[in-house]
Unconditional design. Structure first.
Ligand code: HEM
Length: 299
């Protein structure tokens, strides 16, 4: 049986660090593997940390063509009427999460140093768990996430399929307009999300706007809801704050379908009200291969 990278499901870590890299022109895939080889067991383990590796479709297909599902593709962007998610596809994504930002910074620097011979850092974002797993809007994020014993079914390609044990990843940095959001009454804020603010209770259908976030991303097909396993974390300073949206799925078309409904390109003329208060400034799809697929490259 193929095993997923365990860091995908390691919950309870309050500090996170994301790195996205572009390969230098002419880089051979073997050079990337050589650079990453030493990182599976990071030198600094005090306090515990997790590293999850993802690759852009083109690079993973060059590294391990037999382990690349046909549907694996780069993110090409979504453009609605005045709102959208830009495609800022990169080649390698490294997610480090653990108990504190000091250890993560050491590892992030080690990762960047290891890759410096073959890639340039294109996006870096440190992030954190805010209070009781709330987004900076103040709403609990993760209420309807599948519990960890069900999450592999949602997020991991099953045995017998190409790329088994791997997961499709969406990573996207959003910048919030918190002042604007917090000027809304609490009832209007709850209408934007579709849940109550203090305790995340879903609004009744009679009061939940059709443009509420959860009304746009809950999609039923053949009587079953399309699910993601989300691991987003807030980031921010006084000047700029938002969410590094991160989700895993066994089927990447779920990302496309949800984004189409959020940005008003699904054909019903509606968009997600959340996109009036937060703007994605990056967008990429990656593939997080199974442990065995990684080990076969690193050995
Ligand atoms: C600024 C960006 C975003 C914020 C602040 C945000 C926040 C939230 C919040 C507060 C919830 C309700 C609580 C929960 O069930 O977790 C939620 C649910 C959800 N979000 Fe987002 N979200 C964002 C972007 C996205 C994107 C880009 C997608 C999909 C590509 C997405 C997919 C979902 C899904 C599938 C649910 C669960 C819905 C349900 O089953 O009820 N979200 N989000």
């Amino acid at each position: 049986m193929a095993d997923a990278q365990p860091g995908i499901f390691a919950l309870g870590t309050r500090s996170h660090h994301h790195l996205e890299f572009d390969l230098l022109p002419g880089t051979e895939p073997a050079a990337v593997i050589d650079a990453l080889r030493g990182l599976r067991e990071p030198p600094v383990t005090a306090g515990g940390e997790n590293i999850v590796l993802g690759f852009g479709a083109d690079l993973w297909r060059r590294i391990a063509p037999a382990q690349a599902p046909d549907v694996l593709a780069p993110f090409t962007g979504v453009q609605g009427n005045g709102r959208g998610m830009p495609a800022t596809q990169h080649d390698v994504w490294v997610w480090i999460h653990g108990t504190g930002p000091d250890i993560l910074l050491d590892t992030a620097r080690a990762v960047a140093h290891a890759l410096s011979t073959c890639a340039v850092l294109a996006l870096e974002q440190a992030a954190f768990v805010y209070r009781d797993s709330r987004d900076l809007t103040g709403f609990i994020d993760g209420t309807e996430n599948p519990p960890v014993f069900e999450a592999p079914e949602v997020a991991i390609i099953p045995d017998g399929e190409t790329g088994a044990g791997g997961s499709f990843v969406i990573a996207s940095k959003w910048v919030h307009d918190l002042d604007r959001f917090h000027r809304l009454s609490q009832a209007d804020q709850e209408g934007v999300i579709g849940r109550t603010k203090p305790d995340s209770v879903e609004l009744a259908d009679a009061v939940k706007p059709a443009t509420a976030h959860i009304a746009r991303v809950v999609i039923e097909e053949d009587g079953a809801e399309l699910e993601l396993f989300r691991r987003s974390t807030p980031y921010g300073t006084v000047r700029e704050a938002g969410l590094y949206f991160l989700a895993f799925s066994a089927d990447p078309t779920r990302f496309d379908k949800m984004l189409a409904r959020m940005f008003g390109v699904s054909g019903d003329g509606l968009h997600d009200q959340l996109t009036d208060f937060s703007t994605p400034v990056s967008g990429a799809y990656y593939f997080a291969p199974s442990l065995q697929a990684l080990a076969s490259q690193f050995s």
